[in-house]
Ligand binder design. Structure first.
Ligand SMILES: Cc1cc2nc3c(=O)[nH]c(=O)nc-3n(C[C@H](O)[C@H](O)[C@H](O)COP(=O)(O)OP(=O)(O)OC[C@H]3O[C@@H](n4cnc5c(N)ncnc54)[C@H](O)[C@@H]3O)c2cc1C
Length: 388
């Protein structure tokens, strides 16, 4: 059977887009966004509301209280949330990040039953900790160690820049379990940890450039003991599970970037039609209207790359190259389009009350987290070389 790339959403996907857009129009208000940008607090009420409507569990199977859709539907929701507001959108869409994906693939029944339903219905939040103070782009060796002691593992080390660190009910930590493994990434494992476990200390970071309602923090792990049953999947397979995970989650970061760019474009487009200078709407000046046409082209190209990668993923044809292209391109155009939108707004674009400066500040993170743009380019080149 010839399987073709899907260029248009199905009727059901269009309905999902309409429903999430309606929800965001009502609940992701500019006032709330400004408030949480200043407070640097996680919008828990909004997260719970989105979860009640199923928008934070699109890819979680119905058996675990999710919606049972694929990555394409998840991207539709993430794009719309970030179109409505980049900071609230990032925070809400990352509220239950990664743990359902990891456990669904490699968790035991007990781990899945304990963690996934509360994450699906908004009663819990999660964090996935790979990055360390000395290991960011290169996570092939972890300074955080897990040492077996009887039936337990004893974890020591530190994690940095962890989304939801101080609010997460469930965390997954990448640890070095075999310090002598060669290469070192063959000696890493993932462990599930619950909030409140003695030896786990989280500190919230302040003063981020953007996505301020999204909590970011450091973790100090000091003789943190977890039972053997908290090992996720097989011993010493953690690094491979992480790479496999990023093939999917990086596509949702691309969807965040597409949404941020789309939201900024729409605001600039409307403004150009009404703002008058020299007796005419600024849209009449080709320097402005051509800029808007280019912004629209870039967003559409990024969207196509993103949904192609998501579609391939849903077909079981996971393509790290398609994923990396989607993330690297979408995050770059999010920076460019949000910058262009500020330019169209002129001086007003520079003010918080007009929201576009927040779009620009938030867009930057999509070039950094879940692998920087440089890491995406390395992946693309790696696959190009392999196929040449
Ligand atoms: C807001 C926020 C949230 C985050 N959330 C999480 C989270 O939930 N969980 C988690 O584990 N991590 C998280 N991170 C960490 C994030 O994934 C890392 O910051 C990122 O992977 C880069 O690592 P680094 O900051 O150590 O930079 P470095 O790895 O030190 O890189 C510095 C610069 O050097 C470049 N560089 C490095 N190596 C190469 C190379 N070989 N070739 C070319 N260029 C290279 C990089 O691209 C970058 O430009 C988060 C970060 C932020 C800021």
């Amino acid at each position: 059977m010839v399987r073709q790339v899907q260029f248009e959403f199905t009727d059901e996907q269009k309905e999902i887009k309409k429903a999430i857009r309606e929800f965001c129009t009502k609940d992701f208000t500019p006032e709330l966004a400004l408030e949480y940008d200043q407070k640097e607090e996680f919008p828990m009420e909004l997260y719970k509301k989105a979860a009640e409507l199923g928008f934070t569990s699109m890819r979680i199977p119905q058996d675990y209280e999710g919606q049972g859709y694929g990555l394409v539907e998840d991207c539709i929701v993430v794009e719309e949330m970030c179109r409505a507001d980049p900071s609230l959108g990032a925070a809400v869409s990352l509220g239950n990040l990664m743990i359902p994906d990891i456990l669904l693939k490699h968790g035991t029944d007990a781990q899945k039953e304990k963690c996934i339903p509360p994450l699906a219905n908004g009663d819990a939040t999660s964090a996935a900790a790979f990055t360390e103070p000395e290991h960011g782009s290169d996570i092939t060796r972890m300074d955080t160690t897990a040492v077996k002691s009887g039936n337990e593992w004893v974890i020591n080390g530190a994690k940095e820049f962890i989304t939801n660190a101080s609010i997460a009910d469930f965390l997954v930590l990448l640890c070095q379990t075999d310090p002598n493994a060669t290469p070192s990434h063959r000696g890493q494992s993932l462990f599930l940890v619950e909030k409140g476990t003695p030896g786990l200390e989280a500190t919230k970071l302040h003063g981020k450039m953007g996505i301020r309602p999204c909590i970011t923090g450091s973790l100090a792990l000091s003789d943190l003991k977890v039972p053997g049953s908290n090992l996720v999947g097989e011993l010493n397979k953690g690094f491979y599970y992480a790479l496999e995970l990023f093939d999917g989650t990086r596509i949702t970061v691309a969807a965040q970037a597409v949404g941020m760019a789309q939201g900024a474009f729409e605001r600039a487009f409307q403004y150009a039609k009404t703002r008058k200078q020299f007796g005419a709407p600024i849209m009449n000046f080709q320097a402005v209207s051509f800029r808007l046409a280019e912004m629209a082209m870039k967003v559409e190209a990024a969207r196509l790359l993103t949904y192609k990668a998501a579609w391939l993923y849903d077909q079981g044809r996971v393509s790290p190259m398609a994923t990396s292209m989607a993330k690297a391109y979408s995050s770059r155009i999010a920076m460019e389009v949000t910058d262009d939108a500020i330019q169209v707004y002129g001086g007003y674009g520079y003010l918080a009350d007009y929201h576009l400066e927040r779009f620009h500040r938030c867009a930057k993170i999509t070039e950094i987290y879940e692998g920087t743009t440089e890491m995406q380019k390395l992946t693309i080149l790696n696959y190009l070389m392999k196929s040449s």
